[in-house]
Design a protein around this ligand. Structure first.
Ligand SMILES: Nc1ncnc2c1ncn2[C@@H]1O[C@H](COP(=O)(O)OP(=O)(O)O)[C@@H](O)[C@H]1O
Ligand SMILES: [Mg+2]
Length: 704
């Protein structure tokens, strides 16, 4: 009768405030082996149902609207109705069974008819329990999967819609983390909890009714029932306190040897260090180091924390209460015997029915215990429902504007004007300015190149134009509009950006390029043309799966016990190193491309939107060091192609290299340490004989 899949008894982080391990008043420090465990003490016995009840009740009350909304949403999922009603019906019948079998457990007088009746009833109960268990089992799967699918869409959108500063915020990350449980789905768990509470209540009420009827008819029955009941209940309570203990804790180790030992293991286990390990002749040395250090740490201490905790918990459980419990369990038997000796004439109940009584009370106390356990965590579960709905409402840090852009769809083909007015910016959580008082002006159709050393603020300028972040001070204007007033969707539609730290999605090469322009996502010809213009078509064509190639397969293949000679499976190379690492079995994903090839793919993606489509609404092209991983010839080709393809669109480049493109620029911004130091055309800046001129001469000489 234990329900599988319950999770709400476990503690999830639900507390407000902070946890400070160094607070001796609230935190208990124990050393287990090399580990320091800091457990929060519960002076107010928060985890015991009944304490701080009012607070919990109020919190639960505040969550109720979310629960109702969830029920409405669940019922609105098509194909859930039938499953749900069947599940609830089966659960209802199932909860009546314990009382029914309790009823049929009583043997009163030896009466043939009644015996038949009882036998029939008990068989029916057993069969019924089996059938209902089976039905519940069968319904549980499909129902929970439907709920899971529905809410994974909810969570997908909740995550997808967040902007960068919001998504990067650790508090938001935590909020998202808490809303997406990995073990099941919040909706399903809540449903199970709600139906569990209802069915446990039914069980309690029906069992009490039957039990009192049965006991009322028997002498001393009540006394024995109380004794059996307290014995079994005390058992449940100890189990529960073990579970509920130390819900807020943190552990760390300061043991230098242990830390070093684990570090050595990592070096040897991971592929990434192999090159240095081999070339540095480290294998023998590392082995002897490891041997020495693991001897020093000792076998009883070289244990991972969770393992260590399990060991120490096993010891705790052998406590005082367990000593009391065993005699307590014998108490009813003893009382029974004493009574029998005292009044041999009137045996209270038969020995057989004493056993039955003990069985049933143990079952009953389990039900009761579960009821408390469930109601104790209702608040917590309801809070997860609230979190689940709240993540859909996390406000974005970058507020949307109202003004549509561009006013004239035709005009944008000829570029947009871009202006920075005294823009200063610090990244969230950073004290240092990434940009300080930056001003410049670009007319529609001009080419601007931002040069400067690493960390001088080039990328930041481009990120601010796309409103990945908002400037702290000053204004950024697009065709004379403050970009904060423009509709975000329109603004980003008008801009095409290739970021320096671009990434590839774990999707096919085709999809990676096509995502440059969702409006033409299914247009294979455009994808191909974008790849050609971006210089990727050639090497992609040479891959076995060409455009359908996954650079990184998001789904692993699984295998087991494959003969040694097998080097590839499903057309992919097997990565046996995964087996060692995680005990997992997987095949290494996809081919590895060079940095330059990756960059060509990224360029192709931006071309998909900005160049290939004649109807493109893009007026501003931003390229952040697009040639950083290209060789000089490829760089030259790319720039030539970009100048030719951009038509009349405004273009901004950033580069830490001088020359090549800067000579063609209408405006060069030379940046150093978050400020624009010099601005002008190549000739102007050379004439000025400043920093730009000095660095250009340096680099030009290196090239000549
Ligand atoms: N996400 C970020 N969070 C905090 N600081 C950042 C972040 N990105 C860049 N910075 C800092 O902002 C400054 C400018 O960086 P960036 O614009 O990337 O320089 P560049 O592109 O010229 O190499 C640097 O000091 C860098 O450390
Ligand atoms: Mg950069």
């Amino acid at each position: 009768m234990a329900r599988s899949g319950k999770r709400w008894g476990q503690a999830r982080s639900k507390k407000k405030g902070t946890f400070n391990p160094d607070d001796p008043r609230r935190v208990k420090h124990t050393r287990i082996g090399v580990w320091d465990l800091y457990e929060e003490q519960n002076p107010d016995f928060e985890h015991i149902p009944g304490s701080s009840w009012l607070e919990k009740l109020l919190e639960a009350y505040a969550c109720l609207p979310y629960l109702l909304r969830m029920l409405r949403d669940i019922l609105s999922i098509r194909s859930c109705w039938f499953l749900l009603v069947s599940y609830l019906a089966a659960d209802f019948l199932h909860s009546l069974l314990p009382a029914a079998s309790l009823w049929y457990n009583q043997t009163r007088t030896v009466d043939k008819n009644q015996l038949f009746h009882i036998c029939g009833g008990r068989i029916a109960c057993t069969l019924g329990r089996r059938l209902l268990n089976h039905a519940l089992q069968e319904l549980r799967g499909p129902l929970s999967r439907r709920l899971k699918q529905q809410y994974s869409l909810h969570l997908f959108h909740a995550r997808a819609r967040l902007d960068l500063p919001t998504f990067e915020d650790p508090m938001v990350q935590r909020q998202l983390e808490e809303a997406s449980s990995t073990s099941g789905s919040i909706a399903w768990d809540t449903l199970v909890m709600a139906s569990g509470i209802v069915s446990t209540s039914i069980q309690v009420v029906s069992q009490v009714t039957v039990l009192s009827q049965v006991l009322g008819a028997q002498q001393d029955g009540f006394l024995l029932a109380v004794l059996s009941f307290s014995a079994s209940l005390s058992e449940w309570v100890t189990r529960w306190t073990v579970l509920a203990n130390g819900q807020v804790w943190a552990a760390t180790t300061k043991d230098k040897d242990y830390i070093r030992m684990v570090g050595l293991k990592h070096v040897v286990n991971n592929t990434e260090h192999r090159k240095e390990l081999i070339a540095g002749n480290l294998s023998e040395f590392m082995t002897s180091e490891f041997k020495e250090i693991s001897e020093r740490v000792g076998p009883d201490n070289a244990v991972d924390f969770m393992e260590m905790r399990r060991i120490s918990r096993g010891r705790q459980r052998f406590g005082f209460l367990t000593f009391v419990q065993d005699p307590l369990r014998e108490l009813p038997q003893i009382v029974f015997t004493l009574r029998a000796v005292q009044y041999p004439a009137s045996m209270p109940v038969s020995l057989a029915s004493l056993n039955l009584l003990q069985q049933t009370t143990s079952q009953f106390s389990y039900t009761l215990w579960r009821f408390f356990e469930q109601t104790g965590s209702v608040t917590e579960q309801l809070a997860t429902v609230r979190r689940l709905y709240n993540v859909g409402q996390i406000p974005n840090r970058i507020p949307d504007g109202k003004v549509p852009f561009p006013e004239d769809a035709q005009k944008i083909q000829h570029g947009v004007a871009l202006e920075f007015r005294n823009v200063s910016f610090r990244y969230p959580g950073s004290e240092q300015y990434a940009l300080r008082d930056v001003s410049f002006k670009l007319s529609a159709g001009q080419l601007c190149v931002i040069v400067g050393a690493n960390g001088s603020g080039k990328s930041t300028i481009l990120k601010l134009v796309a409103r990945l972040y908002d400037a702290e001070e000053g204004q950024i204007l697009l065709d004379g509009h403050d970009i904060r007033t423009l509709r975000l969707y329109d603004l980003r539609q008008a801009i095409s950006v290739l970021f320096q730290d671009y990434t590839h999605f774990p999707l096919s090469i085709r999809d990676n390029i096509a995502l440059g322009d969702p409006a033409h996502f299914r247009d294979d010809d455009r994808v191909r043309r974008a790849a050609e213009l971006g210089g990727a078509a050639e090497f992609v064509g040479r891959l076995p799966e060409a455009f359908d190639t996954y650079l990184e397969r998001p789904v692993r293949d699984y295998f087991s016990g494959i003969p040694e000679g097998t080097t590839s499976l499903f057309g992919r190379n097997i990565d046996y190193s995964g087996v060692r690492g995680a005990g997992g079995m997987s095949t290494r994903s996809g081919p590895t491309l060079s940095g330059g090839q990756m960059q060509r793919l990224a360029v192709s993606r931006t071309f998909m939107r900005s160049v290939v489509s004649e109807d493109a609404k893009v007026g501003l092209l931003l390229f952040d060091e697009p040639s950083a991983s290209l060789d000089p010839t490829a760089e030259h080709d790319l720039f030539a192609r970009l100048r030719e393809l951009r038509g009349n669109k405004t273009m901004v480049f950033s580069s830490h290299r001088f020359g090549n493109l800067t000579r063609h620029a209408d405006l060069i911004l030379y940046m150093n340490d978050s400020v624009v130091v010099e601005a002008g055309t190549h000739d102007e800046l050379l004439k000025r004989q400043g920093e730009y001129a000095r660095l250009w001469m340096l680099q030009a000489q290196a090239f000549l």
